[in-house]
Design a protein around this ligand. Structure first.
Ligand SMILES: NC(=O)c1ccc[n+]([C@@H]2O[C@H](COP(=O)([O-])OP(=O)(O)OC[C@H]3O[C@@H](n4cnc5c(N)ncnc54)[C@H](O)[C@@H]3O)[C@@H](O)[C@H]2O)c1
Length: 379
C-alpha cells in the first residue's frame, strides 16, 4: 500500500477504480463456494456464447520467447470492453513461479474508463474449468461418471470440480509425470468428496473414462494421448495445447474426432488444430449452444473440445466478478486514473503536486493540502 496522498492531491471519485486483489478473490470464492462460482460462471458464459455475434473478436496477441509466451486478450460487446494479460511459461514451476498468471481490466466503452481491475490467475482457472464443463455439457457422452485427468498442476482441481458440479462426474483418474503433483491433486479432490484413483501412466488413467482431460504444460509438440488410447464415444477436453508448437494429442486422434473450438481462427494458430490442414472442419461452441450446429451426434462419436482459452471467456469472467463484488467488501479502490479538475490541465496536477511537496516556511500555510488556491483540489 502506498502512503495516503496529501489532502490537495486526494483522488476524486473519477480517479478511483475498483480492484479485486488475490486475497479478495480468494475470500469471495471461499464465501460463495467454488462450486457455486463455477456454476454461475458457466451460466454467464453460456449467456455470452448465445450472443456471440455481438462481440468484437480477434485472436489474442502473443509475444513468444524461448521459455514461454505473454498474451493480451481483448474482447468487447460494444458496451463493455475487457482484456486479460496472461503468461504461459511451462518451466516456471521449477523456480517457484507459476506456469500461468494473469490480471485483467473491464472498461466502459462509452468513456473508456476502467470499471474494474482484477487479479485473474485464480479467475482464469475458474473460467477455464467453467468453459470446459460447459462444452462437455453439450458434447460429453450422456451419463459419463469418470474423468481421466492427465496433468495435475494448478488447473487440475478446478477442472475436476467443474466437471462434477456441471457435468455430473463422481470419479477422477489422475496421472502426472510428477507423482507429487498427483498426490497434491488427490488430497485436494478427495477432501472434496470425489472418488480419486491415482494412476501410474496416462494409458492407465484413461481406462474406463468417458471423459479425458489433458492439462499438461510443455512448450513442445507432446503426445500425451496417442491414437490407441482413445476409444469410441469418449469426450476429450484438451486444455494444455494452447500455443504454436505446443500440442498434446497425436494428430490421428483429431482425424477420428469431431472438433469443437472457442474461436476457430485462434485455435488454428494455437490449438490441436494446428496439426491439421487449415481447412479441416471445426465447429465453434457457440454454434452448438445456439442450436445452429449439432453437438454430439451419437454414442460412438469422439468429441474433442480443442480449448485454447478465448477472450470472450475472460470478458464473461470479468463481467461476472464486477457484478459479484459491486457494493461488497471484496474490492479496494485504487487511485488509478489521473483526474484533473480541468480535463485539459493534466500538467497542472504536476504543478500542484510540486507545490504540495515543496517545504513550507514556518508559519505559512496549514498542513499540506490546505495551502490556498495554488493547491486547490486538482483531482
Ligand atoms: N485452454 C485454456 O484456456 C488454458 C487455461 C489455462 C491454462 N492452460 C494450459 O493448461 C496447461 C496446464 O496449466 P497449469 O496452470 O495447470 O500448469 P502447471 O505447470 O501447474 O501443471 C502442468 C502439469 O503437467 C504435468 N506434465 C507435464 N508434462 C506431462 C506429461 N507428458 N504427462 C503428464 N503430465 C505432464 C506437470 O508435471 C504439471 O504438474 C498449460 O499448458 C497451460 O498453458 C490452458
Amino acid at each position: 500500500m502506498t502512503a495516503p496522498a496529501p489532502a490537495d492531491l486526494a483522488p476524486s471519485r473519477l480517479a478511483m477504480v475498483p480492484f479485486v486483489s488475490v486475497a479478495n478473490m480468494l475470500r469471495l470464492v471461499a464465501e460463495v463456494g467454488v462450486e457455486t462460482v463455477l456454476t454461475e460462471l458457466a451460466d454467464a458464459m453460456e449467456e455470452d456464447f448465445r450472443r456471440w455475434p455481438d462481440f468484437e473478436k480477434v485472436p489474442r496477441i502473443a509475444s513468444h520467447s524461448a521459455g514461454g509466451v505473454i498474451e493480451l486478450m481483448p474482447a468487447s460487446d460494444g458496451r463493455l470492453y475487457g482484456f486479460k494479460y496472461v503468461n504461459g511459461h511451462p518451466k516456471n514451476t521449477r523456480t517457484g513461479h507459476q506456469t500461468v498468471t494473469a490480471f485483467g481490466v473491464l472498461s466502459d466503452v462509452e468513456t473508456g474508463y476502467p470499471l474494474l481491475l482484477s487479479e485473474m490467475t485464480v479467475l482464469t482457472a475458474l473460467r477455464t474449468a467453467a468453459a470446459s464443463a460447459l462444452a462437455a455439457r453439450y458434447l460429453a457422452p450422456k451419463g459419463a461418471r469418470t474423468m481421466a485427468m492427465i496433468g495435475n498442476g494448478a488447473q487440475c482441481e478446478f477442472q475436476a470440480l467443474a466437471f462434477r458440479t456441471i457435468v455430473g462426474i463422481d470419479t477422477v483418474r489422475l496421472y502426472d509425470v510428477s507423482p507429487e503433483a498427483t498426490a497434491k491433486a488427490a488430497r485436494n479432490l478427495a477432501a472434496r468428496g470425489l472418488t480419486v484413483e491415482t494412476c501410474r501412466s496416462a494409458e492407465a488413467a484413461v481406462e474406463g473414462a468417458g471423459i479425458i482431460t489433458t492439462c499438461t504444460a510443455d512448450k513442445q509438440r507432446a503426445t500425451i494421448l496417442s491414437d490407441n488410447m482413445v476409444g469410441a464415444g469418449v469426450h476429450i477436453n484438451a486444455i494444455g495445447g494452447d500455443c504454436p508448437g505446443k500440442t498434446e494429442l497425436h494428430p490421428d486422434i483429431l482425424l477420428r474426432s469431431s472438433i469443437f473450438t472457442e474461436f476457430t481462427p485462434q485455435t488454428r494458430i494455437e490449438g490441436e488444430l494446428q496439426s491439421l490442414p487449415p481447412d479441416h472442419p471445426a465447429t465453434e461452441l457457440w454454434e452448438v449452444i445456439t442450436g445452429a450446429a449439432p453437438g454430439r451426434r451419437d454414442g460412438a462419436e469422439i468429441t474433442l473440445f480443442d480449448s485454447v482459452g478465448f477472450a470472450v471467456e475472460d470478458f464473461t469472467a470479468l463481467r461476472y466478478i464486477h457484478d459479484r463484488v459491486e457494493g461488497s467488501s471484496h474490492v479496494e479502490m485504487l487511485d488509478l486514473l489521473a483526474d484533473p479538475d480541468d480535463p485539459r490541465d493534466l500538467f497542472g496536477m504536476i504543478v500542484r503536486a510540486g507545490a504540495s511537496a515543496a517545504p513550507r516556511p514556518p508559519g505559512q500555510g496549514g498542513p499540506a493540502g490546505h495551502s490556498g488556491p495554488a493547491a486547490a483540489p486538482g483531482r
